[in-house]
Design a protein around this ligand. Sequence first.
Ligand SMILES: NC(=O)c1ccc[n+]([C@@H]2O[C@H](COP(=O)([O-])OP(=O)(O)OC[C@H]3O[C@@H](n4cnc5c(N)ncnc54)[C@H](OP(=O)(O)O)[C@@H]3O)[C@@H](O)[C@H]2O)c1
Length: 202
Amino acid sequence: MNIAILGTGKVGSALGVRLASSGHQVVYGSRDPSAASGRTDRRTAVASADVVVTAIPGTAVLTTLDEIGEDVLGDKIVLDPSAALTEQRTMASYGDSIAHQVQERFQRARVVKALNTMNHTIMVDPWASLPQATVFVSGDDQAAKRTVSGLLVDLGWPQDWILDLGDIGTALATEHAAPLFFATAMALHTLTFNISVSRSSE
Ligand SMILES: NC(=O)c1ccc[n+]([C@@H]2O[C@H](COP(=O)([O-])OP(=O)(O)OC[C@H]3O[C@@H](n4cnc5c(N)ncnc54)[C@H](OP(=O)(O)O)[C@@H]3O)[C@@H](O)[C@H]2O)c1
């Protein structure tokens, strides 16, 4: 699968390395394509992709996709792990999610929210340090969610740790769990943890 990763920071690099090692063709779309090999400009990266990963600040996702353009984005899958935070790590906005706003603005794109509720090290190595964990998935398009679930399996997630919450409206719940993440990190003095949903076997 051809995957464009927007953003070359912690999340973009972690996902890119792991997905490439699983056999995917990964290209990095960067604001500074000349900074390192393997990077290109964001429009070029997205043009050749099946899946676009928005590994950039949540507050920059809409403007970045606007710059890339709906003509290029088309009906591609947008895997959005972003969080929209202030510099003080509080929510940048309440009442709506970035993923929902992207879906509203780019109606042909197939937006899937996932991976935003954990640290980047856990995204690509869920088994290593945790006995169990949950990765939430939200999106309107069932086929896109199946594709993203396949990528999650490639990242190391057992299928039964993947919890499909429903349509893109449910991304509000996981995006607004960011304060829970930071409060837990402060309490535990570590980022190596994750939410685990425990359910009855019935
Ligand atoms: N770090 C985590 O563990 C974690 C966990 C869950 C969710 N997230 C979310 O995932 C996203 C990426 O996080 P990160 O930790 O990888 O951040 P990061 O290390 O700061 O990297 C973000 C990358 O996005 C690009 N970027 C920065 N500012 C931008 C702007 N104003 N407009 C467009 N692109 C910009 C940059 O890449 P270029 O210079 O190459 O363009 C930068 O390297 C964020 O939304 C974050 O909240 C992070």
